[in-house]
Design a protein around this ligand. Structure first.
Ligand code: PGA
Length: 279
């Protein structure tokens, strides 16, 4: 049996969304720490709500867990009621910031969705995600840039066009060196929080398309270096199959990140999948 390590270290990031106050944060991270202690070849990250980032940071202590935020604003400071800057996130110990999650894109900010009375909460767009990505990289925060198609777009056969145009627009103007360091998460909107996971072959195919789009527009090194995660109903049961795909470099985990044992199982699957085995 021969083992070779894959080129990119997998990242498992827990997107807690609007869950957990201080006590639950201490408990969840406290339970997680011993479960992933000593785990190699995987980077583990938690992205709690803003209000508990400081508590999360203290609870993590010197454990091998990175901290991420669920959003950031591009201005440094000033009269921007409700907003949080990159400097503030760095100050509290963040290394990552999730950008452009479909829940903040308001299902891609489509006017017709608004008229149809569907979700349209925050209206984040590719161009605002792009500005945020530039600021994060300039400040030393690593963006986790989300992309993904809705069920209507998938059924209309538009998945590939939607994904590649989101990637080009979100990365516009970034240098290949910057792109090599960042993270992209492919999150089909129809698979988020629904229990309906994207098949591993299809998830791998779309992640390959993302990598090729990066190569074609920003160069081979950028495409080879960028880490591409899958997100959408990944859990302790289906993680292994998804994470062993060649183009999937980890996961952005929602519901299954809220329990220490299921999240740790996913981290272990990623650690195992960081290696290729040959007979
Ligand atoms: P889910 O969420 O794992 O609960 O589907 C993933 C995400 O929205 O990042």
């Amino acid at each position: 049996m021969v083992r070779t390590k894959k080129v990119r270290t997998p990242l498992i990031a827990g997107n807690w969304k609007m869950h957990n106050a201080r006590e639950q944060t201490r408990q969840l991270i406290g339970e997680l720490k011993p479960l992933i202690d000593g785990l190699s070849d995987v980077e583990v990250c938690v992205c709690p709500p803003f209000t508990v980032l400081a508590v999360a940071s203290e609870t993590i202590g010197d454990a091998e867990i990175s901290l991420g935020a669920q959003n950031v604003f591009w201005e440094e400071k000033g009269a921007w009621t409700s907003q949080i800057s990159a400097d503030m996130l760095l100050d509290v110990g963040c290394r990552y910031a999730i950008l452009g999650h479909s829940e903040t894109r308001g299902r891609f900010g489509k006017v017709d969705d608004l008229l149809a009375g569907r979700l349209h909460y925050f209206g984040e767009r590719d161009d605002t995600i792009n500005i945020k990505a530039r600021v994060c990289l300039a400040k030393g925060l690593t963006p986790i840039i989300c992309c993904g198609e809705t069920i209507d777009e998938r059924q209309a056969g538009k998945t590939d066009d939607i994904i590649s145009s989101q990637i080009r627009a979100c990365l516009d103007g970034l240098t290949p060196d910057q792109i090599e360091t960042l993270v992209i998460a492919y999150e089909p909107v129809w698979a988020i929080g629904t229990g309906e996971v994207c098949g591993s072959d299809e998830a791998n195919r779309v992640c390959r398309l993302i990598r090729q789009t990066v190569r074609d527009n920003f160069g081979t090194d950028a495409g080879n270096g960028v880490r591409i995660l899958y997100g959408g109903s990944m859990n302790d049961k289906n993680a292994e199959e998804l994470l062993e795909q060649s183009e999937i470099d980890g996961g952005l985990i929602g519901g299954a990140a809220l329990k220490a044992d299921s999240f740790a199982t996913i981290c272990k699957a990623a650690s195992f999948a960081a290696w290729n085995f040959y007979i």
